[in-house]
Design a protein around this ligand. Structure first.
Ligand code: IPE
Ligand code: IPE
Ligand code: MG
Length: 249
């Protein structure tokens, strides 16, 4: 399934097939309202529901959301614990609804770091929804792009020790945690920062980047529409000249 933008040029599309989002700004949203940070995270879960719905309406096939990074473990123990509780509750309450809506649910990340109950719910949710095809919703949790590349390299060498001689990108891609999905076409980051923060380092090679100051809890269908409109204005050259792109259309 992995369609590599450095091996083949993806077909142009009006609606991005795969959108990847760094959902940032929950803490600031709460702070602006003199609320505890958890209030922002809670509201952020609502924005996730809205965005999933909007993606289905738009015909987006893959939505990948960065929920908790490898580096977020550095946060105060209390906030980490609250985020884990929220994730646990979301798994308990939302997975059945995802299934009813024909959504395939996936989690990528170093999930061995999660408590057993969360790991069980993830496994159950993935199994329940495995055959759904309307939208693939991937939650990146305890995920880091460097972790992903390192674990893929480890698996590649374990599967084929001779691969260490050539180490071709195509060989590695099969073992990346999102090998089931095409690369993201559109990358969105809310919250005003313009950085990747160790998200999908390999997979974003040719994604179009869109940054907005809007805080994640405020993100909605209209905001998604604005991001897609910006994406439509881009000329995706994948290394070619503009003339080549025009001739190929
Ligand atoms: C994103 O919001 C959610 C997580 C990283 C879990 P933040 O919690 O980073 O919010 P800000 O950046 O402090 O506003
Ligand atoms: C990135 O947000 C991770 C998630 C949204 C889950 P952060 O708020 O952790 O990123 P930095 O620390 O500002 O780069
Ligand atoms: Mg942040």
């Amino acid at each position: 399934m992995f369609e590599s933008s450095t091996r083949e040029i993806p077909a142009p599309r009006k609606v991005p097939r795969h959108i990847a989002i760094i959902m940032d700004g929950n803490g600031r949203w709460a702070k602006q309202r003199m609320l505890p940070r958890v209030a922002g995270h809670r509201k952020g879960v609502e924005a996730v529901r809205t965005t999933v719905r909007a993606c289905i309406e738009r015909g987006v096939e893959f939505l990948t959301l960065f929920a908790f990074s490898s580096e977020n473990w550095r946060r105060p123990a209390e906030e980490v614990s609250i985020l884990m509780q929220l994730f646990l509750r979301a798994l308990e309450q939302e997975v059945a609804k995802l299934d009813e809506n024909g959504i395939r649910f996936k989690v990528i990340g170093d999930t061995a770091r999660f408590e057993p109950r969360i790991r069980e719910l993830i496994a159950a949710g993935e199994a329940l929804t495995a055959q759904n095809a309307r939208l693939t919703l991937t939650v990146a949790a305890t995920y880091g792009g460097r972790w992903d590349i390192a674990q893929a390299a480890h698996k590649l060498i374990a599967a084929n020790p001779e691969a260490a001689q050539t180490f071709a990108p195509e060989a590695l891609e099969r073992f990346l945690s999102m090998a089931y999905a095409p690369e993201p076409d559109l990358f969105i980051r809310t919250g005003g920062e313009q950085r990747i923060s160790n998200f999908l380092l390999w997979q974003l090679a040719y994604a179009e980047f869109y940054f907005t100051d809007m805080l994640w809890p405020d993100f909605d269908a209209a905001a998604l529409e604005t991001a897609i409109a910006s994406y439509r204005q881009r000329e995706r050259r994948f290394g070619r000249t503009s003339e080549q792109v025009e001739a190929s259309d």
